[in-house]
Design a protein around this ligand. Structure first.
Ligand code: ARG
Length: 228
């Protein structure tokens, strides 16, 4: 039904998981952040009204494939696997998976994660890549929210957390005694997901993104949330 309202030029439904500062998070009763503002700006370019649906991260792609949401903006990394289920827009940000450990941890690089207990957010690329280490004896603890993994680390229940760099910075700043390892686990790029074959919406989104890149709006939004 979201697809119909979209076609009527009215509402653009965005699926996200607002547990991912500074890209999307709750502030008072509102969902704010880089993705929320990019989505609002895209809706503005298209003369549409934005509606944000906050759901579990691993429900975003199903929500799009079923047509309940028009697009997914969730700091979502482009992967070959996900391209089997959804189409991606042009990329709008570079990112990386980072490792968070306790300040006094013996873990000094991603290579040291073999055999350790590592927390991730369920269904994220952090989950996917750390799960590859299970063959080396690594235990993966999957949490619904990234911050829950960080809290478990802080309480000594797990040895490390693998999560995107920007939320890592935010969470570490909010928690005592943690640090982010310098070496990244992977390098990635974020894009907007739409239903496979919905080239009409994809073209509109890419057109709007191009405008927002060229007129400086995208940089302004990012600068508001990420201090250089
Ligand atoms: N970049 C990672 C991925 O695509 C994590 C994204 C998590 N986003 C969120 N809104 N919780 O898998």
């Amino acid at each position: 039904e979201a697809a119909e309202t979209e076609a009527a030029g009215g509402v653009l439904v965005m699926a996200t998981n607002a547990e991912f500062p500074p890209y999307e998070y709750h502030d008072g009763g509102e969902i704010v952040g880089i993705d929320a503002e990019i989505a609002k700006a895209i809706a503005g370019e298209l003369g549409m009204e934005l509606e944000i649906e906050d759901i579990a991260f691993d429900s975003i792609i199903p929500e799009i494939t079923s047509g309940k949401a028009d697009m997914g903006l969730a700091g979502m990394t482009v992967t070959e696997d996900r391209k089997q289920s959804v189409d991606f827009s042009d990329t709008y940000a570079k990112a990386s998976q980072k490792v968070i450990v306790k300040e006094d941890s013996e873990i000094a690089s991603p290579d040291d994660l073999a055999g350790k207990i590592v927390g991730v957010q369920l269904g994220t690329t952090g989950d996917i890549y750390v799960s590859d280490l299970e063959a080396d004896g690594t235990t993966v603890e999957r949490y619904n929210k990234g911050f829950e993994a960080v809290q478990a680390l802080s309480q000594g229940k797990i040895d490390a957390v693998v999560i995107d760099g920007e939320p890592a910075k935010t969470f570490v700043a909010q928690t005592e005694g943690l640090k982010i390892l310098e070496e990244s686990f992977t390098d990635e790029e974020y894009a907007i997901a739409v239903k496979k074959g919905n080239t009409e919406l994809l073209d509109k989104i890419n057109g709007a993104l191009k405008t927002l890149k060229e007129n400086g709006t995208l940089d302004e939004i990012v600068a508001k949330y990420i201090k250089a």
